[in-house]
Each structure stands twice: as C-alpha cells, then as structure tokens.
Design a protein around this ligand. Structure first.
Ligand code: MTE
Ligand code: MO
Length: 189
C-alpha cells in the first residue's frame, strides 16, 4: 500500500515528463553564465567553473507539475541558493526574486522560499542534467509547483516588488504552493 502523501489533485507518474514552452536551448558549460543582479551589494556573473567552487548539496524531493503529474523521489545535486545569496548580499528591501532562463522564460518567487531549500541543480539521479530537463543547470524549488523551477537558468534578479514571470502573466498563481493548490490566479488576485 502506498501511504505516501502527495498534494491534492496530483497523480503520480513513473516517467519524468518534459514540460517546456518553446525550444530547448543547448548551452555548453564553457559558454554558460549565471548573472546575479538587482538589489544586491555585489553584482556578479559566474562561470561554470566558478559555480563549481561552491559546496554542493543533495536533495531528494518530489516534483509536482501544475498539469497534475507528480514525479517522486528525484535526487538533485547542486548548489544551495542560500550560499550564493550569502555571497552577493541582497539589500534588505530585496524580498522577491525573478529567475531568468536562457530562451527568455522567467518566473518570480519570494526570496525566503529560495533561501529555504532551492538548489542550482546540475545532476539528476546521479547523471548530469539532460538539456531536456534544463541542463546544464536549472533551479529546483522543492516547495513550489514545477513551473517555478526554471530550467537553463542564466540570471537571478533581486527585487523589492513582486513582478510576474512568463506563466504568472498568463494567469498562473503568484505563489504556486502545491499543498495549497495555488494553481491559477483568480481575477481578484
Ligand atoms: N526555462 C524554462 N523552465 C521551465 C519551463 C519552461 O518551459 N522553460 N517549464 C516549467 C514547467 S511548467 C515545469 S512542470 C518544469 C518541468 O521540468 P521538466 O521538463 O524537467 O520535467 O520546468 C519548468 N521550468
Ligand atoms: Mo509544469
């Protein structure tokens, strides 16, 4: 019997579906860059090798897409968002973040959610992250629906106001907590 808790309205799949709006960008680690900007003390752009100097961390987490599939027990390896944030020193009024991807996708998050347990992930289940799933590097935000886990991450922008990302502008929820079923905004939000 499976007594495992999954968020309301979700169905478990053993496949790991690919959900991408638009083309899959192919970026090799030589040309890959991560730009950190906005309301921080130190604007910085990291190369791949510079990112690899951070201590890495592993997480095993379930992944919940708003289209109702959940893929359980993913082993992610990467760099904790909190370690990078410590280095760039967000200003005190920076309480939101926009995650930017190669290809133009973006998604917004409260800074505290990212500090809690988000990862810049470059390995999934022991293998380098496949480009289809956001390789070489993606954001993983375990406590939010999958659309907040930006694939092909290329920028982190610190902001004092909540701005909308790609799906948020099209009606997805600002917060996206799967346990509260925050899938879509209603017209009053
Ligand atoms: N850059 C980018 N990131 C993205 C998406 C996208 O279209 N572009 N789709 C999101 C959605 S809706 C989900 S559910 C997950 C899917 O990740 P997967 O394709 O690795 O399963 O990536 C998210 N991150
Ligand atoms: Mo999704």
């Amino acid at each position: 019997m499976n007594s495992r808790q999954i968020p309301p309205g979700q169905n478990v799949t053993t496949k790991f579906p690919i959900l991408t709006y638009g083309q899959i960008p192919l970026i090799d680690t030589e040309e890959w860059r991560l730009r950190i900007f906005g309301l921080i003390e130190n604007d910085l752009t990291f190369t791949w090798n510079e990112m690899m100097l951070f201590q890495k961390e592993s997480l095993i987490r379930d992944f919940h897409c708003v289209t109702q599939w959940s893929h359980l027990d993913n082993l992610w390896e990467g760099i904790p968002f909190r370690d990078l944030a410590k280095l760039v020193q967000p200003k005190s009024k920076a309480i939101f973040v926009m995650a930017h991807s190669y290809g133009g996708y973006r998604t917004n998050l409260p800074l505290e959610v990212l500090i809690k347990d988000a990862l810049f992930a470059y390995k999934h289940n022991g293998e380098p992250l496949d480009p289809k799933h956001g390789g070489p590097m993606r954001l993983i935000v375990p406590n939010r629906y999958g659309w907040k886990s930006a694939k092909w991450i290329c920028g982190i922008e610190f902001m004092d106001q909540n701005q909308m990302g790609f799906w948020e502008e099209l009606g997805y929820h600002q917060n996206g907590d799967p346990w509260k079923e925050e899938r879509f905004r209603n017209r009053y939000q």
